[in-house]
Design a protein around this ligand. Structure first.
Ligand code: NZQ
Ligand code: ZN
Length: 393
């Protein structure tokens, strides 16, 4: 087990109708003027936005609204939010929505307390000294942003999608009512299932010695999401399935499933270029590249893929040829993605075969214009990244 620090301070308030109390909770955290941040239409049509507003009013808390966050949230709206918070004297941000809304809220929170361009943080040019506190009412189990320290934003100038992580981004509290996810379209539910799996897989497939406690947590998170993912796809209003998936979504990305292990994250880095370029859903993009990545790197640790196949998918071990078990584990993972309606190639993801020129651009951006490699299980350079995109094509 490698040395690690674990800091996951977000208060989790889970269950039916918990959002009704959001005003009192914000007040308890010291919020007096709140930016309520939300997405396109779902929070309005479900009535959730009105519920949150009513609760804030009942607690005597003043607020301003800023909607319009799109999936793969944009920098322009972040800057609008920063200006609004400053002019209105906002001291607390409440995100009502999925990962995109929460990420946008975190970016605004960082930007309000910074004199320069908030994109500096994403470019690695500055470190924040302070941020406004944020909290969220979660409506989509997927990104894990409700408890994570990360924020992922797309800069329209060049369509560069970049993530940034800092302790200051950890939300003060999250309200997680599984019933709020009943209205998700099947495609978004499936994207969420993949993303949750991938937050654990990107930690699981990385270098490290004995790390049994964490590995077993990781395998159980995966088994839970796979099992209840099937149920939620068939019965979107299953409270049990939605609950298990929602809680797994947070545990999968609050660092618990990777403690003591380095982490790989290459599939995520490969995917961020796809959703930055094609504006597709993050979870679907992950499903489209994972198999190609896995087949490219599995020989670096065949027994890890064997273990995954046996413990997560219940595969029998082929003692004479463990490699076959490893490859079977990759195959059944892709089969599962297909069964929930997810793409397993980039062609399926974007509806057409992408050209070599596009692959060259994705690769260039993925290496941050030749300044980084990606991965951990196998460190991937520019040529290898291009090979994986080609294999995923
Ligand atoms: O805009 P509205 O109308 O609300 O519709 C949203 C959106 O179109 C809809 N939706 C959300 N809740 C709903 C609902 N529709 C019906 N009923 C509900 N209850 O779902 C669509 C997708 O929402 P979005 O927030 O974009 O999805 P998700 O939660 O998957 O977030 C994706 C973003 O998170 C980033 C991704 O890259 C992507 O930009 N990630 C953030 C991470 C983090 N901060 O830690 C880690 C992840 O790896 C990921 O990169
Ligand atoms: Zn993700």
């Amino acid at each position: 087990m490698n040395n690690f620090e674990f800091y996951s301070p977000t208060k989790v308030i889970f269950g039916k109708n918990v959002e009704n109390n959001v005003g009192a909770e914000v007040k308890a955290w010291g919020g007096t003027k709140v930016l309520v941040h939300f997405g396109g239409s779902s929070a309005k049509t479900s009535g959730l936005l009105e519920t949150a507003e009513a609760s804030l009013r009942a607690a005597g808390i003043d607020y301003v609204l800023l909607g319009g966050v799109v999936p793969n949230p944009r920098l322009a709206l972040v800057n609008e939010g920063i200006a609004l918070c400053r002019s209105e004297g906002v001291d607390f941000i409440l995100a009502v929505g999925g990962g995109s809304v929460i990420d946008s809220a975190k970016a605004i929170a960082l930007g309000v307390k910074y004199d320069g361009d908030v994109w500096d943080f994403y470019d690695g040019l500055a470190e924040p000294k302070a941020a406004l506190p944020t909290a969220n009412i979660l409506t989509l189990a997927a990104a894990g942003s409700e408890t994570s320290e990360h924020t992922v934003i797309t800069n329209e100038n060049g369509w560069i999608k970049k993530g940034y992580g800092h302790t200051l981004c950890r939300p003060k509290f999250t309200m997680m009512n599984p019933e709020l996810t009943y209205t998700l379209p099947a495609y978004q539910t499936a994207c969420g299932i993949v993303d949750i799996m991938m937050h654990t897989l990107d930690r699981y497939f990385s270098p490290g010695g004995c790390n049994e406690m964490t590995d077993r947590i990781a395998e159980d998170v995966l088994k839970t999401v796979i099992q209840f993912g099937r149920i939620a796809m068939k019965n979107p209003v299953s409270y049990d399935a939605r609950s298990e998936i929602m809680w797994a979504g947070s545990l999968s990305h609050n660092d618990l499933t990777g403690l003591g292990r380095a982490g790989d994250w290459a599939p995520h880095q490969l995917e961020h270029e796809l959703s930055g370029y094609f504006d597709v859903a993050h979870g679907a993009g992950l499903a489209a590249v994972w198999g190609a990545w896995a087949r490219y790197v599995y020989k670096a640790d065949i027994m890890r893929f064997v273990r995954y196949g046996m413990n997560v998918w219940g595969l029998p071990m082929n003692y004479e040829n463990p490699e076959e078990t490893a490859l079977e584990a990759i195959r059944v993972t892709e089969e599962y993605f297909t069964s929930i309606g997810m793409p397993i190639t980039i062609t399926e993801l974007v509806g057409k075969e992408i050209s070599d020129e596009v692959i060259a651009e994705l690769t260039e951006k993925c290496t941050f214009f030749g300044t980084r490699t990606i991965g951990g299980l196998v460190i991937l350079d520019k040529a290898e990244i291009a090979d994986i995109y080609k294999a995923a094509r």
